[in-house]
Design a protein around this ligand. Structure first.
Ligand SMILES: [Zn+2]
Length: 117
C-alpha cells in the first residue's frame, strides 16, 4: 500500500512542503522529460535554434504600426518569422482592420498583407 495518501492538488502542495520526496522513491516511476527550445523555434533549413529580436510591424500601408513584436531569425539568415504570439496579434489586428476597411470602403476588397521592417 502507498505511503503517499490520496490528496487533492491543494493538499499535495502542503504535503510536499513538509515531506521529502526521496523518502518515497520506491513509489515513483521514471518519466521522460524533454527540455529546451520548442521544435518550431528551429530553423527549417539548418535546424539551428532561432534567435529573437524586437521589430516594428507596419500594417495597412504604414497607417498602423505595431511596435516591438518578437521576431525569430536564423543566425545564418535562412529564415525570419514572427514569434507565434506576435503573429497571432498581427492576425487579430489585421482582421479588425479588414472589417473596418470593408465597412468604410464597401466596393473594395481589403488590405495588403503585413510588411515587416
Ligand atoms: Zn538556418
Amino acid at each position: 500500500m502507498s505511503k503517499i495518501p490520496k490528496m487533492t492538488r491543494r493538499q499535495e502542495g502542503e504535503f510536499w512542503k513538509t515531506h521529502d520526496a526521496t523518502d518515497y522513491l520506491d513509489e515513483m516511476a521514471p518519466v521522460e522529460v524533454t527540455v529546451g527550445p520548442r521544435p518550431q523555434n528551429k530553423c527549417n533549413v539548418c535546424r539551428k535554434i532561432m534567435l529573437s529580436r524586437d521589430v516594428d510591424v507596419n500594417l495597412a500601408a504604414g497607417k498602423v504600426q505595431l511596435r516591438q513584436l518578437r521576431q525569430l531569425y536564423c543566425p545564418d539568415e535562412h529564415e525570419t518569422r514572427l514569434a507565434d504570439e506576435a503573429q497571432r496579434l498581427v492576425d487579430a489586428i489585421e482582421a479588425v482592420l479588414r472589417l473596418a476597411w470593408i465597412h468604410t470602403h464597401p466596393s473594395q476588397k481589403g488590405l495588403s498583407s503585413a510588411n515587416v521592417d
